[in-house]
Write a protein that binds this ligand. Structure first.
Ligand code: FAD
Length: 310
């Protein structure tokens, strides 16, 4: 079994930035990452200063290359499967059979999409169908778009999308929870609402061409925004007792500390602000929080930790 100060589960922007901070702080770190980030479907990631338009794979490659300058950080391409123990002595076993002991844990496990149930949506997801106008709205500016959504969330997204294009319709895809007031509000802003279920999304090479409804309506468009159904990237935090909100977001303080001693979380797993730069920032803060805790523990029991840093 290998021993580390910190195990980071998840190697997306959150986990990688935490690894950078902790590596520079001379902590022994293992990043356990199975390599299935949510944004792997997209070709370009936007809004990260100095990296606008980069592919998610290239972002990770550069990040790992830079972190490798710090020899106390180790990368393991495996899935953390079971974790036991407590603050100061956690044991991790991966699905591939590796075992690790660590003082602190950081869950940077992100969120996962529940498989999409609309015919044809998978083919366009990440190419011309997206979930966040901040990430991909600029590329679809002024185009004719279909917004797929229900109830108050649809109204919220419709208000937001108005900042990128005036040419869009709302498709509720079947039974809907829009109130009369919400419908009136959309009507007042000239946003048509279609209630029939979606039959099929037609596309060519990933580029959407039409959304066909079951009542025969054909909506021509060049892009789609929709609200995905998300589940936690891993059940391990909840199994270990981490408090979560009703949207399965892990509850953390400003430095990523959860309610369970020794366990931290950062990134999409611990916020609903799903942005790579926000995840990286949370990872950096969690790195600082963890390092401060380790420093305080070492300071208070000097004989336990002498000479352990690399
Ligand atoms: C289609 C799409 C487009 C997007 N475009 C943009 C954009 O343009 N700009 C932007 O800022 N954001 C964008 N995002 C959001 C962005 O991808 C996320 O905010 C960001 O990736 C979150 O980083 P993270 O480190 O929290 O999680 P992730 O990047 O999702 O990384 C989590 C990692 O943890 C791993 N993991 C989970 N459980 C385990 C386990 N048990 N053991 C080992 N590894 C595990 C996963 O496999 C994954 O590699 C987009 C998202 C989507 C879905």
């Amino acid at each position: 079994m290998q021993f580390f100060d910190v195990a980071i589960i998840g190697g997306g922007p959150a986990g990688l930035n935490a690894a950078l901070v902790l590596g520079r702080a001379r902590k022994r770190v293992v990043v356990i990452d199975e390599g299935r980030p949510r944004n792997r479907v997209t070709r370009e990631s936007h809004g990260f200063l100095t990296r606008d338009g980069i592919s998610p794979g290239e972002f990770r490659r550069i990040a790992k290359e830079q972190i490798q300058a710090y020899p106390s950080v180790h990368f393991v391409e495996e899935t953390a499967h079971t974790i036991s123990g407590e603050d100061g002595n956690f044991q991790i076993t991966t699905g591939q059979g590796s075992t690790f002991r660590t003082k602190k844990l950081l869950f940077a496990v992100g969120m996962k999409d529940v498989p999409l149930e609309i015919n044809g949506l998978q083919e366009v997801y990440g190419k011309s169908a997206f979930v966040c106008p901040y990430c991909d709205g600029w590329e679809l500016r002024d185009q004719h778009l279909v917004l797929i959504g229900k109830g108050a969330r649809a109204l919220h997204s419709a208000k937001m999308l108005a900042g990128w294009t005036p040419h869009y319709v709302v498709c509720t895809n079947g039974p809907d929870e829009l109130t009369e007031e919400e419908r009136e509000e959309l009507k007042l802003h000239n946003v048509p609402v279609f209630d029939a279920p979606i039959q099929q999304i037609n596309s060519k090479d990933g580029m959407v061409e039409q959304v066909i409804l079951k009542d025969g309506t054909q909506l021509n468009c060049t892009g789609i925004f929709f609200a995905p159904n998300l589940v936690p990237g891993s059940d391990l935090p909840r199994e270990l007792g981490c408090q979560v909100t009703e949207t399965s977001t892990i509850v953390v303080d400003a430095f990523g500390k959860t309610n369970v001693p020794g366990i931290y979380s950062a990134g999409d797993a611990a916020t609903q602000m799903y942005q790579a730069i926000a995840a990286a920032s949370m990872g950096a803060l969690a790195g600082v929080g963890i390092n401060n805790e380790l420093l305080a523990e070492a300071w208070n029991s000097p004989s336990d930790t002498k000479g352990e840093s690399e």
